[in-house]
Ligand binder design. Structure first.
Ligand SMILES: [Zn+2]
Ligand SMILES: [Zn+2]
Length: 271
């Protein structure tokens, strides 16, 4: 019997502004191709073990949940505290409403737990506030992951890397033969070796633009890392308006003998 696969949905493939960027007249922002329409970067995992997992709570989260018909979330990861990855956090609220909704645990690395506690004190330090008598706050808890070792979370095994993202760090997530590596400007030699030794079926990799960038991987560097990591398949993500879908797809096709492609919103992948 073949093993059931994990389903990965790209909820958003775009950079922090989303594409089209408000007010921009460039050809990508005005492209008629649906793949160039990009919500903020996020993925959803439906695991073979039956868990529904979201990575990041973007400002587009409500729209992403509705579009992709996600009605239940067992756990969330937050990769880092930047606005394009966190400020939709309140859109988790309806999923925590009684009678069916329950509190959702949010997992991230230690420093990010502290940053999120401060940023969203009304959620994570409710006793510091006046009692809430209307509206409501999402029922969420913050949990810390351990870096560099196996973590078992709700019966699923994960490993994590801390990636350099300018002056801050981003959580890299490895689940079975899939690695999700976003919002980083470089990988260490050890991280590349570690990812290569995983013999990944699927790598989802940061690729923000087509020229050197201080806080993200850009096309040349992403391509260099893909050659070194050698996954079976690689989807690029977090693209800005310098990267046209068809152009990037054709550049990747010319460079690699295995599938490498720009992801697009609502694309479904399996691993
Ligand atoms: Zn543009
Ligand atoms: Zn980002």
């Amino acid at each position: 019997m073949t093993k059931t696969k994990n389903k990965l949905t790209i909820l958003g493939s775009g950079t922090s502004t989303g594409i089209p960027m408000v007010g921009c007249k460039c050809s990508v922002c005005n492209s008629p191709i649906k793949e160039n329409y990009r919500l903020r970067t996020s993925i959803h995992l439906q695991t073979s073990g039956g868990r529904s997992i979201i990575v990041d709570t973007t400002p587009d989260l409500r729209h992403q949940l509705l579009l992709n018909k996600i009605n239940k979330i067992d756990l969330a990861f937050i990769t880092h505290d930047h606005a394009d990855h966190t400020h939709g956090i309140d859109d988790l609220r309806p999923l925590t409403f009684p009678p069916n909704g329950k509190s959702i645990p949010i997992y991230t690395y230690d420093k990010c737990v502290a940053q999120l506690t401060k940023k969203f004190s009304y959620i994570f330090r409710p006793n510091d506030q006046l009692p809430n008598i209307g509206g409501g706050i999402p029922r969420l808890s913050l949990e810390t992951v351990n870096i560099g070792v196996k973590n078992t979370i709700l019966g699923e095994e994960f490993e994590f890397l801390l990636l350099k993202h300018g002056h801050t760090e981003t959580l890299g997530i490895i689940h079975q033969k899939m690695a999700y590596i976003i919002d980083c400007n470089e990988l260490t030699k050890d991280q590349i070796t570690y990812l290569r030794d995983k013999e990944l079926d699927l790598l989802i990799l940061d690729c923000v633009t087509n020229r050197e960038h201080k806080t993200h991987l850009w096309q040349d560097r992403s391509f260099e890392y893909i050659s070194q990591i050698r996954p079976k398949e690689c989807g690029l993500i977090h693209m800005n308006h310098s990267l046209d879908h068809d152009q990037l797809k054709s550049d990747a096709k010319k460079t690699f003998s295995f599938p490498v492609y720009p992801t697009f919103d609502s694309q479904i992948l399996y691993y």
